[in-house]
Design a binder for this molecule. Sequence first.
Ligand code: ZN
Length: 327
Amino acid sequence: MKWRSMILVCATSSLAVAAVLVAQFRNGPPWRHPVVSSQSFHVGGAVIQVDFGPGALDLAHDQVMQWVRNSASSVATYYGRFPVTNDRVLIEPADGRDILRGTTWGGVDGLQGFTRIVLGKQTTQQDLDEDWEMTHEFTHTAFPSMDDDHSWIEEGLATYIEPIARVQRGFLRPEKIWADMMHDMPKGDPESSDRGLDNTHTWGRTYWGGAQFCLQADVMIRQQTQNRKGLQDALRAIVNAGGTIDKDWPLRKALEVGDSATGTHVLVQLYDAMRDAPKPVDLTVLWKQLGVIRDGDGVRFDDHALLAAVRQAITRTPATGVVLPKP
Ligand SMILES: [Zn+2]
């Protein structure tokens, strides 16, 4: 069973992940769970069906729908379209508050993408406004399914792309996400026992080691193309070549498709450097080159830094514009 999950606290050990999977399937596969109401909307060439399971939420369904629409709009804006054409989200109320669990599957039940969200009954509008997880889960639809050794690219992409997509859509300010990256990226640093991204399946290396790969790749592609192309171009090409979550691809195939779109060899070469060796990233130097300077709890920008234009290009709304949802 291919499954993609953002279970930050649960994904720290394979035992915990197995326990979550057992829990998710206790009542049959999640896509067969009971539904009490259903709506759908269009965005970027896709139809997204949103189903609600039994149980009352403090939030109105319209508020939840708006949150799902906004998240889909961010991902469609980043990719120029929604990555798959048919997708379903199941919202299952549970005791508690906030988004308790999100998992995305590809190619189940005749759907290209299926995301199950366990939503706390006491969740507030502010929780939804501050949420990243729905966007993270939708981002998983935009890359082919990989062997388990390559989970780092699936989680790394979702971790790196989610905030950028929300800035490009207009929901976050660049200062916010660069401050978060400065805070969180070191969680992906290799430890002394590290054997590279393909062989070190810790939480830190999977989510943030994968995100470090993406950030480096983005910067390198932009450096090698005089800032004309970025990781975004590579990722759009992979989706346009049919590389979505419902397809099983070898990682190297996806990276080669991405590289051909940017006219570089960045993705394949960086993969070969990081797959079976620790290869630490000097983040201190990278922040300085990008012109990201710590300032209290946040950051300020140095627009005269060597790679300031690269930093600006990463979060700029693409020429294809903002992609809005329709009823
Ligand atoms: Zn994930």
